[in-house]
Each structure stands twice: as C-alpha cells, then as structure tokens.
Design a protein around this ligand. Structure first.
Ligand SMILES: NC(=O)c1ccc[n+]([C@@H]2O[C@H](COP(=O)([O-])OP(=O)(O)OC[C@H]3O[C@@H](n4cnc5c(N)ncnc54)[C@H](OP(=O)(O)O)[C@@H]3O)[C@@H](O)[C@H]2O)c1
Length: 294
C-alpha cells in the first residue's frame, strides 16, 4: 500500500508539495482552512479532501504542514488527538520558539516531529529541486528522508528542531534584505537617469552577476505572479528580529528591512510578490492604499 500523506495547508507551497508527492506515487489527503482551495487541488491531483486537520491526519502515516506562520501551526496542533506512530513534518517558516513548542506538543501526542523548512519556491517543489533544512530526533529525520527527497535535496541541521527554523530565517534575512537593497540601488540609479539596462551591465561585471541575472527582471516585471508574498517576507524578517532579540543580539539592517516590508504589507502590497518591494520604494510606482484590516 502506498504511504498516506496528509498535506495540511494548500496555499502556494502546500499545493505544490501535494502535487509533487501525488505525482511521485504517494496517497494524498488534503486539508485547508478555506476548504474550496483544497477541493480544487483535490480534483486536480486525485486526493481526498477533509474538512478538519484531524480527519486528514487520522488515517495518514505522515503529516506535512505548510501554513503561513506560528499561529497557523498552533491552530493545526490544537485540533489534533493522540497520534502514536505519526511522523509530523513542519515545512512552514516559523520561529524557533514555535518549533520548540510544536516539537514538545507533538511528542506528548505520541508523534515524531521533524522541522523541515524549505529554500525554494512552488516551482522548485513541483520540479523536485527544492532544499529542505531538516532537524529533529535522528530516527524521525531518517524516516522523513524518503518523502522529502522526492521533492528536493536535504541539508541536515541537527537534532534540535529549532535549529532548522533558525537556518531558514538566516537564509531569508539574506535573500529578502538583498532584494530590498537591489530595489534601493535601482531607485537611486533611476533618480539620476541611469536605466535598468546600464545597471545590469555594471552589476553583471561584478560579484553580483548571479543575483542580478536571477532577480533584476523579476523585480522590474510588473506582471510577475506572487509566488512568495510580501506579507510572508515581512513575517520572516520579523521572526528573525525576534530570534535575534531572544539571543541578546541586534541586527540593525534586518530590523529596518522588517519595518519596510511591514509597511508595504499594511499599505496594500501584502498579496504582491516580495520583489515588488521595489514598487513600494520607488516613488514613481507607489500609490498608497491603506488596508484597514491590518
Ligand atoms: N511561497 C514561497 O516561495 C515560500 C518559500 C519557502 C517557504 N515558504 C513558507 O511556506 C509557508 C506557506 O507559504 P505559502 O507561500 O504557501 O503561503 P500562502 O500561499 O499564503 O498559503 C498560506 C496557507 O496557510 C493557511 N493559513 C493561514 N493562516 C492560518 C491559520 N490561522 N490556520 C490554518 N491555516 C492557516 C492558509 O489557509 P487559507 O487558504 O484558508 O488562507 C494557506 O493554506 C510559509 O510559512 C512561508 O513563509 C514560502
């Protein structure tokens, strides 16, 4: 019998991993807070959809959560019951504190907890070339490898689950802040009449070549679809700042960048791709629309 996997959360990343795992031969059960999204995906990949996380989990061998943040993960765990023998993999980007809490609560329920946040986007998951930063008790990590390796490569971080969330926040502070810096550099050049092509020519002759090749067009393309939302980038920088605070260190650039992304989130760019921070910074592009729900 095929291994049964409950995918909890069918947003951009959850849908992609569910599709990849279904195509690799696993039996997939789906749950999403907004059930219609899960139903559409269920039809596409031939997966059974449930209306509570517990119903999706109870007959599964493995659960994978891919939801927005700490609270979303707590929401799932709060609806679980005794889960002896279950492997629970969390691939959402969360705080190290939440990882410690989730690991403890899952253990109390009899489950094996593995933290496995992802470097890569939905396309990487579908293609099977994402990177999983994996931490947890050795036997649980070993058990998780067969599944995760069908969607990407694994980098082991250690036995303490929270180290995987820190490793992910470490990577994202670098990536997201760099996108902001490139947006600011472009805006400065533009203000003095140096166009994007000239910026590309200059940067391509420097250590920044690979970064420019990958991100310059994405930053400036108005129609680039949102695969990683500004609201999630703001959350990751906020989580990195919190983690730094908890470790008695200050990361000035990350803190500033977190504020910029949070403002963009509040001023209505929350659903835009995170590279659209360029539009928020660039005075020619940004028009304020205040989102009163935040
Ligand atoms: N997108 C990327 O490129 C990328 C890359 C690496 C890591 N990540 C991380 O992966 C995770 C998912 O990202 P995504 O891009 O898939 O986000 P997304 O498309 O915005 O999907 C978010 C998911 O979380 C669910 N959710 C939100 N709040 C919830 C709550 N309180 N209780 C239960 N479910 C809740 C949403 O349910 P509804 O549909 O009901 O709103 C949805 O299924 C995040 O932690 C993100 O930081 C994303």
């Amino acid at each position: 019998m095929a291994i049964r996997i409950a995918v909890l959360g069918t947003g951009n990343m959850g849908s992609a991993i569910a599709e990849r795992l279904a195509n690799t031969g696993f039996t997939i059960f789906l749950w999403n807070r907004t059930i219609d999204k899960a139903k559409t995906l269920g039809t596409k990949i031939n997966a059974t959809v449930y209306d509570t996380p517990w119903k999706a989990i109870e007959n599964a061998d493995i659960a994978i959560s891919l939801v927005s943040d700490d609270n979303a993960l707590y929401n799932i765990i709060s609806q679980m019951r005794r889960s002896d023998g279950l492997l629970f993999i969390n691939s959402s980007t969360i705080t190290p504190k939440a990882s410690i809490i989730a690991s403890k609560q899952l253990k109390e329920l009899g489950a094996c907890y593995v933290e496995a946040p992802i470097i890569g986007n939905p396309r990487n998951l579908i293609q099977g070339d994402a990177i999983f930063l994996v931490a947890g008790e050795r036997n649980c990590v070993r058990y998780s490898m067969g599944i995760l390796m069908s969607a990407g490569k694994i980098i082991e971080i250690g036995e303490e689950s929270y180290k995987a969330s820190i490793a992910k926040l470490m990577y994202n502070t670098m990536l997201i802040s760099s996108i902001q810096l490139l947006s600011e550099s472009l805006t400065l050049a533009e203000a003095y009449g140096i166009d994007h092509e000239k910026v590309k020519e200059i940067m391509s002759n420097t250590v920044f070549k690979q970064f420019i090749d990958k991100y310059l067009d994405r930053i400036t393309n108005e129609n680039y679809p949102a695969s990683f939302k500004i609201s999630l980038a703001a959350k990751d920088l906020e989580y990195a700042s919190q983690a730094a605070y908890d470790a008695n260190i200050v990361l000035p650039l990350v803190r500033t960048s977190a504020q910029t992304f949070k403002q963009a989130d509040i001023f209505g760019l929350n659903e835009s791709d995170y590279t659209k921070i360029f539009n928020f910074i660039n005075p020619k592009k940004f028009k304020i629309t205040y989102n009163s729900n935040k």
